[in-house]
Design a protein around this ligand. Sequence first.
Ligand code: HPA
Length: 274
Amino acid sequence: MEVKQKVDSCVRQIREKTDFVPKVALILGSGLGALADEIEREMIVDYHEIKGFPVSTVSGHKGRFIFGHIGETPVVIMQGRVHYYEGYSMSDVVLPVRVMRELGAQILFLTNAAGGISQILEPGDLMLLTDQISTFVPSPLIGQNVDEWGPRFPSMDTIYDVALRDQIRSVAKSHQILLKEGIYLQTTGPNYESPAEVKMFSMLGAHAVGMSTSVEAMCARHMGMRVCGISCITNMAGGTAERPLSHKEVSEIADRTAPLFKKLVTETIKQLSD
Ligand code: HPA
């Protein structure tokens, strides 16, 4: 099925269940799932209920849309996303972003767990995304362009919206949440990086590395959405020679940082109501 038809079909199926129009689309990364409890829920749609919708295979990743309000702001939350390493095509990986755009979302708020590359980062830090390197994964925009979504050759000049970044910084400041900043690099995963790769990514100017987010940001910019993103630095990329990196360690730090992360995200979204 063509990409546009697939998106339209998913939108139609969701519209049979709810006429909710979100302003903000929020994608929750590892450990942030509990944020969905903060929302005044109006409707939940399980990804399984949507024929053709990609469903995550990673344990601990739930898969559902939650529609509702954070403060006065109408949001759609994705509790669980699919990753390229699961074997989906890039167009399936970004399909949820396109669906949320078609449901009315104007802003995409991305969150993830990432490995720190820069020495200014340490596990447990939150990092505001200022730019990204997506050269190591295929572009989600490959294939026939859908002109009503966006241009064939979209600019990626300013992927992470300047005004949203300012808002997130000011929320962090007023709640005394330490917020670092940097450039995020996406790999395909599922493997973590070798020391030589971490060194290469550092030389390329990346501050953190993860397995999601950049392609979603690119797709959203193509469709004219405003985008912002925050990483939870769960570990130093590549781990250390003494202690190999594990998914368990990543999950534990993500869980521990979750309350602050949640505060920063929800307080920012509350400000986006008008
Ligand atoms: N590398 C890639 N992805 C990740 C990491 C990492 O070190 N930590 C959490 N997600």
